[in-house]
Design a protein around this ligand. Structure first.
Ligand code: ADP
Ligand code: GLC
Length: 475
């Protein structure tokens, strides 16, 4: 099949979270299975700054936006794994710091920016030859792609993937004018309107030929009022075209045996020595004694209520009584950033927090920590727990969404499992799981059984790519 992906992130060109990792890997996995795949991405400032090698296919776009017509231009580059990326350029929208906004929040014209991008993708699709069979759009930023395809009477089919129902791209109804669509779409059964707002995610769900989300459990959860965020009714109505497909990970980028960013490479056979070296390296970074036997627990996360980092804050006084040290790499919510900074000032021997975004430190945390903590309130898939298992690091997770699907809770009697799963999502349950981890760490052979079981798991993209192919066939 000939497939065009459309999304607002793509590793290594533009990343704020897991969406980028998926776009950096799934297209290549499909390509390896014989499909012809390309991607469309906004030409952000950070893409320009990475100075990619560019081709100019000489494709100028004229995009109607309400009563204006805006010009755009398409450039072309290639990812390290050989996938063509079409960069949609309009500097007024994308030559800015950050993908979505700055310290003050989302850019005010964020709806306009991604309506423009979504329309540009349809214009681009019409120029790709041979003609595409499938346009695969991701998250709210490209949620309008399926309806724009219909409006253009496109011959290809559309697939829409929900990576996170928490971000719906919900804007005041006036922005609907920018879509240049007939008014009937902004009506209760028109798909774009939701309680008087323009809802881009809903538009994707209603108008795509097939819809996927990133784990089977999340696919079920979002059809319930508790997790549906106001769209559970819509999702139940369209359940017949909804499939949950677990994400994979790029096992060449996240591989302890060859990772160039970590202190020492290791395999399941050399786990003990290799990990010890990475652990010492991380302890040095935190300025902690290199022989501490405390449990070193890492967090690599966006700071957003989804991620439940406030539960760590609630549990902190208790954690201080346990033989545990936290290494946290995160950024986002200013209150949580401030808490992390002040807690580290007060207890520099127990918390090392780096506020920011660092691919290098993320890898070093995965390799150097004993465990990785993810107290997410909800988690569509989650990648950090997959990376952790790959690095022989035990994930401690709230049993929700993709976390429930990918972490096997340690069972003392059977001596099997790959991490610790807690429920419900609160500080006492989190502390309970942390205590179990501290206990298991006393039993070194058992800990290593769990670590090796995690390392042996197959989280490659192969299975996800095959399942995605079936969805394309259904579309
Ligand atoms: P989400 O997409 O909801 O943020 P995932 O677990 O799917 O959650 O993916 C998070 C991705 O972003 C992982 O690759 C993780 O390593 C990365 N990440 C998150 N925060 C940071 C950070 N502060 N620095 C570096 N990488 C980060
Ligand atoms: C979203 C979700 C995360 C998922 C990622 C990639 O950002 O929050 O759980 O792993 O998308 O699909």
């Amino acid at each position: 099949m000939n497939v065009l992906f459309a999304s607002s992130e793509l590793y290594p060109l533009a990343k704020t979270g897991g969406l980028a990792d998926v776009l950096g890997a799934l297209p290549a996995a499909l390509q390896a299975r014989g499909h012809s795949v390309s991607c469309a991405l906004p030409f952000y400032r950070e893409v320009m700054e990475s100075e990619p090698e560019l081709l100019d296919p000489d494709l100028a776009l004229e995009i109607p936006m309400g009563d204006r017509v805006l010009a755009g231009r398409v450039y072309q580059t290639e990812t390290p794994n050989g996938v063509t990326v079409f960069l949609i350029r309009r500097d007024e929208f994308f030559d800015r710091s950050g993908l979505y906004g700055n310290e003050l929040g989302d850019y005010q014209d964020i709806a306009e920016r991604f309506i423009f991008f979504s329309k540009a993708v349809i214009a681009l699709a019409a120029n790709i030859s041979p003609a595409i069979d499938i346009l695969h759009a991701h998250d709210w930023q490209t949620g309008l792609v399926p309806i724009f395809a219909k409006a253009a009477a496109a011959q290809f089919k559309t697939v829409f993937t929900i990576h996170n129902l928490g971000y719906q791209g919900s804007f005041w109804g006036v922005d609907f004018k920018l879509c240049n669509l007939p008014d009937r779409y902004f009506a209760p059964d028109g798909g774009l309107e939701h309680y008087g707002h323009l809802n881009c995610l809903k538009a994707g769900i209603v108008h795509a030929d097939q819809v996927t989300t990133v784990s089977p459990t999340y696919a079920r959860e979002i059809q319930t009022p508790a997790h549906g965020r106001g769209l559970d009714v819509t999702l139940r109505e369209h359940a017949g075209k909804l499939t949950g497909i677990l994400n994979g990970i790029d096992q060449s980028l996240w591989c302890p045996a060859s990772d160039p960013l970590i202190k020492e490479n290791y395999t399941a056979e050399t786990l003990a020595e290799g990990k010890a070296a990475c652990r010492r390296h991380l302890l040095k970074r935190a300025d902690w004694p290199k022989d501490t036997t405390d449990l070193i627990v890492g967090v690599v996360s966006r700071l957003d209520s989804q991620k439940g980092i406030d539960l760590i804050r609630d549990a902190w006084p208790e954690i201080l009584r346990m033989p545990v040290r936290l290494v946290i790499l995160a950024s986002g919510d200013p209150d949580l950033e401030a808490w992390l900074t002040s807690a580290m000032e007060r207890h520099p021997d127990r918390l090392f927090a780096e506020i920011g975004f660092s691919e290098k430190l993320a890898h070093r945390i995965q390799a150097g920590c004993d465990a990785v903590l993810m107290p997410s309130r909800y988690e569509p898939c989650g990648l950090s727990q997959l990376y952790a298992q790959r690095y022989g690091t035990l994930p401690i997770v709230h049993g929700t969404g993709g976390l429930a699907d990918t972490v096997a809770d340690w069972n003392d009697e059977a001596r099997e499992g790959t991490g610790f799963v807690f429920r419900p999502c609160n500080a006492p349950a989190l502390l309970g799981a942390l205590r179990r981890a501290v206990e298991l760490a006393q039993d070194r052979p058992a800990w290593e059984i769990a670590a090796r079981e995690g390392m042996a798991r197959d989280f490659s993209w192969e299975a996800s790519a095959m399942a995605t192919e079936e969805v394309y066939a259904r579309a």
